[in-house]
Design a protein around this ligand. Structure first.
Ligand SMILES: Cc1cc2nc3c(=O)[nH]c(=O)nc-3n(C[C@H](O)[C@H](O)[C@H](O)COP(=O)(O)OP(=O)(O)OC[C@H]3O[C@@H](n4cnc5c(N)ncnc54)[C@H](O)[C@@H]3O)c2cc1C
Length: 559
């Protein structure tokens, strides 16, 4: 990062605004008021009044949410700063804005409604299951209209009902079947006949380069202004975990649009080829880092996807990069959010592999693991609240699955630890995609041994039993206490031992999937002695994974 701003620890909870700034109490029964939750920061959403004469805003912060999980300090600062910037911007645009801190969102609406007695309240349907349920009950008591958060006037492209209709009757939900519908509907990278440009819907197989010796552009981190600094003081006071500084996430729409432009201009061209690569010395590689802004509503997914498609159409980037990025935004993101509503509330407790081990201490204190690739990823989360997709999936979740961790605490950790995490997006990704806690939308577990990690971190893969060749010193396998070419014994990479042990343990379930057959026949070729040694090595590693005694409680329903 290019800058550093001092932050005092002075307490900074929102204080009452001076009397002249306070919202005038609307005439009883005369006002239309829009309830704004922290992820609704987009005045183009259907619940918002078009002009100041059409209604006022009630912007809510909650005490319950920051207390519910040990959120990363950068996440707390980001959400609070973005919300307060939004309040300032709406006021500057002439809107009457009541900004309140309530015990929880429901209490905030009730207190306000009791005070102002508005004729009508409007809100976007809350994006989290528990808050959505409470707002629906509230709508039976108060004149509250809930607008779908998808479709026209919504943040997402698909309405909840449209996704439910698509999902109905399908045994397994597959993103690959959903994605072309979105491409066609929004006319992104399709020809006049609705066929995909380039002749294929996905160019995923071209996105497998390692990023060794590639120059990586800098991220244009944003210097905190006074509002962000006050939010950082709040995060310092309230937060229990995560490094706060340097903080540089965009907190306004203008800043987020600047990041989008910077990404399209400087990194998108290389996004496709290096999408799955991992480099410890260049953590962000060519990723957009737009998820925090998208998830707060500072950017709309369609404008983000269109920016990528436009760059392809004017010849600035190749198709695999444009398609790869569009697939993430209108494919995976929409699909994951649809799956969340489709599978809730059961998704929270899905655990089809029966994994029960608690979260190891290293997730909170990365220095407690000697496994270098895992430690690198966990350090990145601790220091920035971010890692890119492949580190989330193929390092952290792969490890969690192979180690037999209970998906629920892992999901809680993801929710707390990432700057872009909300239940609607982390839960399906962690429990479904990452840990195979349900087979509702993944047909096989995303698990891999050290060979995959070596390859994606730019190390030429070694044959088992041979010494690792000389590799770039920054590659995690080159700095690790374990040997990626060994499957059992004290120096064996735990990813190897736990991988083969996982396949052996879940053999019967995995054998149902034809894509697992080749791997299982490799397992079958191992001698009983080798399998025994692998099981012992895996168990010895798992036995080292003690949880951290934090005393932290997790309340999934808070907010
Ligand atoms: C275990 C796990 C947990 C995750 N938790 C979150 C989370 O809490 N919040 C979150 O926004 N994303 C989550 N993701 C999805 C994805 O990893 C992040 O969206 C992405 O890494 C964010 O970084 P980026 O903006 O640089 O993404 P890029 O690589 O630049 O991708 C562009 C955009 O595509 C979208 N996207 C891509 N994949 C997914 C996906 N699987 N689900 C939803 N959106 C996707 C995001 O909006 C992202 O900003 C998770 C993935 C996994 C495997």
């Amino acid at each position: 990062m290019r800058w550093r701003a001092p932050v005092t620890t002075k307490d900074d909870v929102p204080r009452p605004r001076p009397a002249r700034e306070r919202t005038r109490r609307p005439r009883a029964g005369s006002q239309r008021v829009t309830v704004v939750l922290p992820w609704d920061l987009d005045p183009r959403l259907a619940a918002f009044p078009a002009t100041p004469a059409d209604g006022q805003l009630l912007v809510l912060e909650t005490r319950a949410k920051p207390a519910a999980l040990p959120f990363h300090r950068q996440k707390l600062a980001l959400v609070v700063s973005a919300l307060r910037h939004f309040v300032a911007e709406r006021r500057a645009a002439g809107f009457t804005v009541e900004h309140r801190v309530a015990d929880d969102y429901e209490a905030g609406v009730r207190e306000f409604a009791g005070w102002a007695k508005p004729a009508a309240l409007h809100a976007m349907a809350p994006r989290e299951y528990a808050i959505d349920q409470r707002f629906r009950r509230l709508a039976e008591e108060l004149p509250l209209v809930l607008h779908d958060d998808g479709g026209d006037g919504g943040h997402f492209l698909c309405t909840r009902d449209e996704f439910a209709a698509w999902a109905r009757g399908r045994a397994t939900l597959q993103m690959a079947h959903f994605y072309p519908l979105m491409r066609r509907r929004f006319r992104l990278l399709v020809d006049r006949a609705g066929k995909p440009v380039g002749g294929a819907w996905s160019f995923d197989t071209e996105n497998r380069g390692h990023a060794r010796n590639v120059d990586v552009p800098e991220i244009p981190w944003v210097k905190p202004d006074a509002i962000t600094q006050s939010a950082m003081r709040f995060a310092e006071r309230v937060g229990r975990w995560g490094v706060l500084e340097p903080f540089g996430w965009p907190v306004t729409r203008t800043q987020a649009l600047g990041w989008l432009r910077d990404f399209v201009g400087n990194r998108l061209a290389a996004f496709g080829p290096y999408e799955d690569a991992i480099r410890s010395d260049a953590r962000f590689l060519f990723h957009s880092l737009l998820s925090p802004a998208l998830n707060l509503g500072l950017l709309h997914p369609l404008e983000v996807a269109r920016a990528a498609a436009d760059a392809y159409e004017r010849g600035a980037i190749d198709l695999p990069s444009a398609e790869g990025f569009v697939r993430q935004v209108i494919g995976w993101r929409e699909f994951i959010r649809g799956v969340y509503w489709h599978l809730m509330p059961g998704l929270r407790t899905s655990n089809q592999l029966g994994a029960t081990r608690p979260l190891p201490a290293a997730f909170w204190e990365p220095e407690r693991t000697e496994l270098r690739c895992l430690r690198d990823a966990l350090e990145s989360v601790r220091d920035t609240g971010y890692t890119h997709h492949i580190e989330r999936l193929m390092i952290i979740c792969n490890y969690a699955t192979l180690a037999g961790l209970d998906p629920r605490p892992v999901s809680h950790w993801f929710w707390a630890a990432f700057v872009d995490a909300y239940e609607w997006v982390e839960l399906p990704n962690v429990v479904g995609m990452g840990m195979f806690g349900t087979d509702a939308f993944t047909t096989k577990p995303y698990v891999a041994s050290a060979a995959y990690i070596q390859r994606m971190t730019g190390v030429p893969t070694t044959k088992l039993g041979r010494r690792t060749p000389a590799v770039a010193k920054e590659a995690p396998c080159a700095r690790c206490a374990f040997d990626p070419s060994v499957r059992s014994g004290a120096n064996a990479c735990p990813f190897n031992a736990m991988y083969w042990d996982f396949l052996a343990k879940h053999r019967r379930r995995l054998a149902e999937n034809p894509r697992m057959r080749a791997l299982l026949s490799n397992l079958d070729r191992m001698s009983p002695a080798e399998r025994k040694a692998i099981a012992a090595t895996a168990e010895a590693h798992r036995a080292t994974l003690a949880p951290l005694a934090t005393g932290w409680a997790f309340d999934d329903d808070a907010g």
